[in-house]
Design a protein around this ligand. Structure first.
Ligand code: ATP
Ligand code: SF4
Ligand code: MG
Length: 332
């Protein structure tokens, strides 16, 4: 499978010096062409910071301390995202990688019709396109996200939250990007709506071929709609696997805890245990495995040696885990 985005050794801090919050730590992550990659983890684990980091949209005092992000266009040379100029970056963000933020549906301008807003996006990036062609494109995009032509001239307040979110997806797709990043909030969208939106995105990518990075707390949603899942804890990716395999058998005890925090999709009912304890303080991380204070299976190396993400010793092809239960102790 071809890679569309390659993140290597990414570290993102808020602030500098002793007081810096190291929100993303040594992240290696690959997004493949046309796949849906789900990113899950408790609140504060660094999911949004990762999304902002790779699109270079970090709010101050966020800084990328180290790492590289490489974008691989369909044809042409790989692009070093960290080296793009502001102008190149603006184009990159709409045309190659589009991001739909938490609460994006509220960022539509209330005083303009949705058709106007969509046409503006197209016009800004395709100045040579004729007006009728732009209008046709806008119609087509709205149709794609399930909004009929007679709603085009509505104002945002005349649409439901779900429809506004679909308009945002339509805008994100306006320039046929290769990557769509969607960052869902804890609270703003209910699960039913998230489900519809992710279902629709998954279907659209079948037709249009873009890759999706979908961020959510709702692991059950990811199990259902994504190809692969990455789990974050304390700023690190702690497990990565094809969705079905992760659901069948989590390797990392934290993933296991997350899976037991929602009802089984099918099969026997499981006890909903959740994960006791609370996420680590990023300013004062526990030594060793950051999860060890909460881990029911912690053993000798866990409280002073960091398990790095890598292939499990017990042979699960295509999977990675950062846990001493599955990493050979010789790799220390
Ligand atoms: P949620 O699921 O709640 O959206 P998240 O996984 O997206 O959480 P982030 O928003 O990336 O988490 O935050 C990661 C860490 O960085 C948190 O500890 C948070 O407090 C910290 N953080 C986020 N933004 C800032 C900021 N502007 N300044 C300082 N620290 C920040
Ligand atoms: Fe638990 Fe140790 Fe694995 Fe960390 S490394 S998840 S503490 S068993
Ligand atoms: Mg977030």
């Amino acid at each position: 499978t071809q890679t569309v985005l390659e993140i290597t050794g990414l570290n993102v801090d808020y602030g500098v010096g002793d007081q810096a919050v190291r929100a993303v730590r040594d992240v290696d992550l690959t997004l493949r062409r046309g796949e849906v990659l789900g990113l899950a983890g408790e609140s504060g684990s660094g999911k949004s910071t990762l999304a902002y980091g790779i699109t270079r949209l970090l709010p101050p005092p966020g800084v990328i301390r180290s790492g590289s992000v490489r974008y691989h266009p369909v044809d042409g040379d790989p692009v070093d995202v960290m080296a793009l100029t502001p102008a190149e970056l603006r184009r990159f963000r709409w045309a190659e990688t589009s991001i739909v933020f938490q609460g994006a549906m509220n960022s539509l301008n209330p005083v303009h019709r949705i058709s106007t807003q969509l046409l503006d996006v197209i016009k800004a990036h395709e100045p040579d396109m004729s007006a009728p062609a732009r209008l046709a494109r806008a119609r087509e995009l709205l149709k794609l996200v399930g909004i009929s032509a007679d709603r085009m001239d509505s104002y945002p307040h005349q649409l439901s939250g779900g429809m506004r979110q679909r308009v945002m997806i339509g805008m994100a797709l306006a320039l046929e990007p290769q990557i769509v990043i969607m960052d869902e909030p804890t609270t703003a969208l209910d699960v039913v709506m998230q489900r519809q939106i992710l279902g629709q995105l998954a279907e659209l990518r079948e037709r249009l071929g873009f890759a999706v990075l979908f961020i959510t707390h709702d692991l059950s949603l990811l199990v259902e709609f994504s190809d692969r899942i990455a789990i974050m804890y304390g700023g690190r990716i702690v497990e990565e696997a094809p969705a079905a395999q992760l659901y069948r058998a989590a390797l990392h005890p934290y993933t296991e805890g997350l899976l037991h925090s929602f009802p089984a999709l099918r099969g026997p009912r499981r006890a909903l245990t959740g994960i006791p304890g609370s996420p680590p303080d990023l300013r004062a991380m526990p030594p060793g495995c950051a999860f060890h204070p909460r881990c029911p299976r912690a053993f000798t190396p866990c409280d002073n040696e960091l398990p790095v993400l890598g292939a499990p010793a017990d042979d699960h092809p295509g999977r990675s885990v950062a846990c001493w239960l599955h990493r050979s102790l010789e790799s220390r």
